[in-house]
Design a protein. Structure first.
Length: 458
């Protein structure tokens, strides 16, 4: 007959009491995000979320500036940016459980404002309709799992050239906003007056941003924007309107998308470009960040379709709110570097974006030349994609270069993409390598040729 061990009984009581007093939120967080399985904890995930947020918070200042150039109400766009980023990131964290944040994409917002609205003369409401349709297409290819077929059917050289070309496009927008590059009737473009305050402050902000990032200072891009804005109060004649207030009204952009206008034949190429860039950008970013976090298994993401579902849902939600396409942010890698491994990191970022709704006065005082350094630095980073091109094969090099150069020189992302696909198909055909061209390339090239020769407004 065994005698009960009083010590064991005491330990059992302690365990029961400990479990009973354990914070419910800790148990809930473990159940939702599987922290132990991913070898992380709440503190690490929260710090990772703050890190990611600091590296991408510049978008709340940059996006209203860019879309404001398209005639959209900047205050409403500010609110839409914060809410769309929060919603998309929240879905990514809670549904896909990845430490990946989302916000309106750089490059896509420039295409929206400067090519679709200002270049083609379409109302911004119709452009939002095009964003919604592209989000629906993205959702469909995700649901029916044809994403792999599309992505694998696009040549690698074209994919990387699209990213680099958008970088060049952002660069010319940034230099124009800073007054460093101006129009010239003799040479199309020329050097602006570098004695002007906007140009001087933009140069200071750019150098500070690059230096801080090189020194691994968290939030370097955001600090560069804030530094330039502070200097604008001192020497640029800017007016300070405070920092905190109730969020502005989102009503001027809420549900203002015009889907019927976007469905017109003349906007077909707009939807196609939105769709292609969103597809490659989202897939590349998701795979890259997941790989950095060690979340790939046999080179694949277990929950890739869930992550893409979050991405497509965020695109459609953003179009309803009043902002250009929302996508996964490569800056999420900074949070991963800080230890983020689960969706709790993303949820933290989402909460911080919602908190930003109350700093609208500060966002409204940021001049265009203060966000120009951020645009220019992001564009510099995007150009490094060109190293992945096979420079020994001219049938790969020329289409890639035509893609990249076509965007800034025609002031249109769509034209650059079109030049790339048409040139790729044509050169492969003329060099006897037509069988090397994926069917998807022939289809997209044919769509763009049809657009150039048979549709108005090109």
């Amino acid at each position: 007959m065994s005698v009960p061990d009083p010590t064991s009984e005491y330990d059992a009581r302690v365990d029961v009491n400990t479990a009973a007093t354990m914070p419910a939120r800790q148990t809930m967080l473990e159940r939702i995000f599987k922290l132990k399985e991913h070898r992380t904890d709440v503190r690490t995930e929260l710090l990772a979320g703050v890190t990611t947020f600091l590296t991408m918070a510049y978008i709340i200042f940059v996006n209203p500036t860019i879309l404001g150039d398209a005639g959209m109400p900047k205050d409403a766009v500010f609110v839409a940016t914060c809410v769309a980023a929060a919603l998309g990131t929240l879905v990514m964290g809670l549904y896909a459980n990845y430490p990946i944040a989302m916000a309106p994409g750089m490059g896509l917002n420039a295409y929206f404002a400067y090519t679709v609205v200002k270049g083609m003369g379409l109302p911004w409401e119709a452009a939002l309709g095009a964003v919604f349709i592209s989000g629906c297409l993205f959702l469909l290819v995700t649901l029916f799992r044809v994403r792999e077929m599309i992505v694998n059917g696009i040549p690698h050289s074209i994919r990387v050239a699209i990213t680099a070309g958008i970088g060049l496009f952002l660069a010319i927008v940034a230099l124009k906003n800073a007054g460093i590059v101006v129009a010239s009737p003799a040479t199309l473009v020329t050097l602006g007056d570098l004695h002007q305050t906007p140009a001087v402050l933009a140069i200071i902000g750019f150098l500070a941003t690059v230096a801080l990032d090189r020194l691994k200072v968290k939030g370097a891009i955001l600090i560069g924007i804030l530094l330039t804005t502070i200097l604008s109060f001192a020497v640029g004649g800017n007016t300070f309107h405070g920092i905190v207030s109730a969020p502005p009204s989102i009503d001027p952009t809420l549900f203002k998308l015009d889907i019927s206008a976007a469905l017109s034949v003349g906007i077909l190429n707009v939807v196609l470009v939105f769709f292609l860039v969103e597809l490659f950008d989202a897939t590349g970013t998701l795979m890259g960040v997941a790989n950095r976090a060690g979340l790939l298994k046999a080179g694949k993401m277990d929950r890739l379709n869930k992550a893409l579902m979050a991405d497509s849902t965020a695109i459609m939600a953003g179009s309803f709110l009043g902002t250009s396409s929302t996508t996964a942010y490569i800056e999420s890698a900074s949070g991963v570097q800080a230890g983020g491994r689960t969706g709790l990191t993303a949820v933290t970022v989402a909460v911080l974006f919602l908190a930003c709704l109350f700093i609208a006065p500060l966002a409204g005082t940021v001049p265009a030349y203060a966000t120009a350094p951020a645009l220019l630095y992001v564009s510099c980073l995007m150009l490094r994609e060109l190293v992945e091109i096979d420079w020994n094969d001219v049938t790969e090099v020329v289409p890639a270069v035509m893609t990249a150069l076509g965007m800034p020189f025609t002031y249109s992302v769509a034209n650059g993409v079109a030049f790339g696909f048409i040139t790729y198909a044509g050169l492969k055909l003329l060099t006897g390598r037509a069988k090397d061209v994926p069917i998807m390339v022939w289809i997209i090239a044919a769509v763009f040729i049809f657009k150039f020769y048979y549709l108005p407004g090109h």
